[in-house]
Write a protein that binds this ligand. Sequence first.
Ligand code: LHQ
Length: 260
Amino acid sequence: MSTISLNITGSIATITLNRPDKLNAFTREMHADLREALSAVEADKNLRCLVLTGAGRGFCAGQDLADLDFSPAGKEELSNTIEKNYNPLILRLQALPMPIVCAVNGIAAGAGANLALACDIVIAAESAAFLQAFSKIGLLPDSGGTWFLPQRVGVARAVALGMLAEKISASQAAQWGMIWQAVPDAELANTTQKLAEKLAAMPTRALVAVRLAMRAQATQTLEQQLNLENQLQGQLGQSKDYLEGVNAFLQKRAPVFTGK
Ligand code: LHQ
């Protein structure tokens, strides 16, 4: 993998988008490398948290516009690449059986911005920014942007972000609820590491259930959502971590969760 690096330390995997000269814009090769890295993460049953970040001064500038075929035949490729690369990536992240922290180290533009929003907890360096760059090249937000954005910032802001393609700072994104937190640049690595360690020591199955239920609310009635909560709670009630959590509380000691 030349465009992605994967580091596994203990129960935490870190995937770094690694084309810093091009602000980690997505080429076909990078998509293939990312698929390989995600396969390794999915196969490692000891993992309990994934961190996604970028190398250099950018997080991800979205599709590499030099790696597209804009010939008339290429029109089809635009849709093909979304179907083959971006959509499966977003769905794969949402199905990953562990929490995902996105550490946005710099500009997150186009599909790069929406890749970040597909992660569970997004922390950004204060110098980072988010840019729905799509309308500048005659496109609409993809990679789930039209789904994640209105949920996180409301339709009024989502529409304006999609239409105007104006950069918003990490601090503004945090104020709007688009991301969890903006931190001083020098603190991004440390804050991310602490958060990943915290999540990796928590009841993994419960965290994944939180993602699932929060996502489902977008399309469900209250009654359906109550049923889903009940169904998921029933499953979690069978988990070792639930037993451990309750026992630890009653025994007045710190719980030791195993993710089982
Ligand atoms: C890039 C890119 C880039 C290539 C920076 N491509 N080289 C899905 C499917 C199918 C089709 C299309 O799209 C999609 C989804 C999408 O993601 S569409 C949106 C694609 N992304 C963009 O339109 C963003 C384009 N980039 C920019 O607007 C700027 O580069 C930003 C605002 C991200 C950063 O600006 P600066 O900080 O001023 O950096 P820069 O522009 O100087 O970029 C640094 C280098 O990275 C430069 O290369 P060079 O060789 O000249 O140093 C850029 O050409 C290259 N780069 N983004 N998307």
